[in-house]
Structures are given as C-alpha cells and as structure tokens.
Design a protein around this ligand. Structure first.
Ligand code: NAP
Length: 216
C-alpha cells in the first residue's frame, strides 16, 4: 500500500488495537508515519500485535490497557507524554455481553455495555484533553457502529450505547471546535472480526443483521 506519510510527527493512541478494526486503524496510522500506542487487556495479545507491527517497520509500542480501568488509561497517557505528547485518540473498545432485544437486556449487561462502550470513551477523551490541547490539531475519534443509526434488534442495548456515542461526539465537538480539536465518529457496517463472529456464525442472526443493514 502506498502512503503519503501524512501523519509524520504525530502521536496516536488506539484502544483495543491488538486485533480487528483497532489493529487495522493502528496499522494504517503508523503506515502514514504516526507513532502509535496500541493496547488491549491481555499482555500476550499486546506483545504479539506489537511484534507484528514492528516487524513491518512501523513505529508502534504496546501497553496493557483495559479501558474501564483508570490506572491502565493513565499509563497510556503517561506513555504518550514520554514519547512527545498526543495528537490523535481513537477510542475503539466495545463489548456486547448479551444478544437480544433492548428491553430483554439484563441490568448487569446493560451496566457493562455502558461502562465500556460509553463511559470509558468519555473518560478517555476527558483524560486525553490536557495532551490534545498541547497539540496544534488534536483529533478524537470514537468508533461507533451502523447500529447507532438504526438499532439491530439482536444488539439492542449495544446499539443504544453506539447512539450515545454520536451524542457524545456532537457535544464534545461543539465544546472543542474553537480549540482546533475535532471530534468525529466512525460507524462501521458489519466487519468479520472476533467481535462480530457471534452474529456471522449464526445463520438467523446473520440474516437479521444483513437484511437490516442492507435495507438502509
Ligand atoms: P474485535 O475484533 O473483537 O477486537 C477486539 C479487540 O479489543 C482486541 O484487541 C481485544 O484484545 C480488545 N478488547 C476487548 N475488550 C477490551 C477492553 N475492555 N479494553 C481494551 N481492549 C479490549 O472487535 P472489532 O470487531 O474490531 O470491534 C472494534 C470496534 O468496532 C468496537 O467498538 C465495535 O463496537 C465496533 N464495530 C464493529 C463492527 C464489526 O462488525 N466488527 C461493526 C460496527 C462497529 P484483548 O482481548 O487482549 O483485550
């Protein structure tokens, strides 16, 4: 892939980036010249992904970070400070512990979904701000979902959490625009990853998801 090295001199954090969409985002940012801090919950995954990206000649370092843990998030920003600051935050981590309609979701799953998908994204953005303000052009990107626009019945509570990210994106963009910090969301469609395998490996679920998304 040819790249224009548009991100030379930039420093990026991508959460949940040892696999799937986060890994691909981290890889691409690094291919464009950014120094990238990747992370996820499991040391082994962090090590493997960091080794793989470094072998491609990319400027990547890895840390363990469960996005719900304040001390883990703090370490991400300390690492960014050590290597020169922060220009780009990509908040990518999400969970979906339960498949089903929104009003069937258990309270514990609801709490987990909102803790990881929404609250951690909010806290990451808030905690990134001191460093982003020192950058000439800070960037915050929340990874939402097509389900945030039009909820999937089988991913009811998850879809609501992704809609909440659109609200967070708009409110934070209004707050930070005058400081030249942009806030955006990306809303992927169905991408075959570990996360989506519960749906893509189940014919009924797959039919529902693909019918819903293609009817948009
Ligand atoms: P994935 O392939 O399952 O990737 C999961 C990654 O997240 C792994 O690196 C995993 O590593 C890490 N992770 C999981 N929980 C974490 C946590 N609490 N804290 C930090 N890292 C964590 O997932 P994906 O499909 O790429 O999804 C990425 C994002 O795209 C999510 O926000 C998802 O909602 C969104 N999205 C996905 C699709 C799709 O079809 N795949 C569609 C729309 C939106 P460890 O196990 O080591 O933590």
């Amino acid at each position: 892939m040819s790249t224009l090295q548009r991100l030379c001199g930039k420093i990026a954090i991508v959460t949940a980036s040892t696999d799937g969409i986060g890994y691909a985002i981290a890889q691409r940012l690094a291919q464009e010249g950014a120094k990238v801090i990747i992370s996820s919950r499991k040391e082994k995954n962090v090590q493997q992904a960091t080794d793989k990206l470094c072998k491609e000649g990319l400027n990547v370092r890895g840390l363990v970070c469960h996005v719900s843990k304040a001390e883990d998030r703090k370490r991400l920003f300390e690492e960014a400070s050590k290597i020169g600051g922060l220009d780009i935050l990509v908040s990518n981590a999400a969970v979906n512990p339960e498949v089903g309609g929104v009003l069937d979701c258990s309270e514990s799953s609801w709490d987990k979904i909102f803790d990881v998908n929404v609250k951690s994204s909010y806290l990451l953005a808030k905690e990134a701000l001191p460093l982003l303000r020192l950058s000439k052009a800070g960037r915050i990107v929340f990874i939402s979902s097509i389900g945030g626009f039009q909820p999937f019945n089988l991913l009811g509570a998850y879809s609501v959490s992704k809609t909440a990210l659109f609200g967070l994106t708009k409110a934070a963009a209004v707050q930070l625009g005058s400081e030249n910090i942009t806030v955006n969301s990306i809303a992927p469609g169905i991408i075959r990853t570990k996360f989506s395998s519960a749906l893509t490996s189940n014919e009924d679920a797959e039919n529902e998801i693909f019918v819903k998304s293609s009817s948009k």
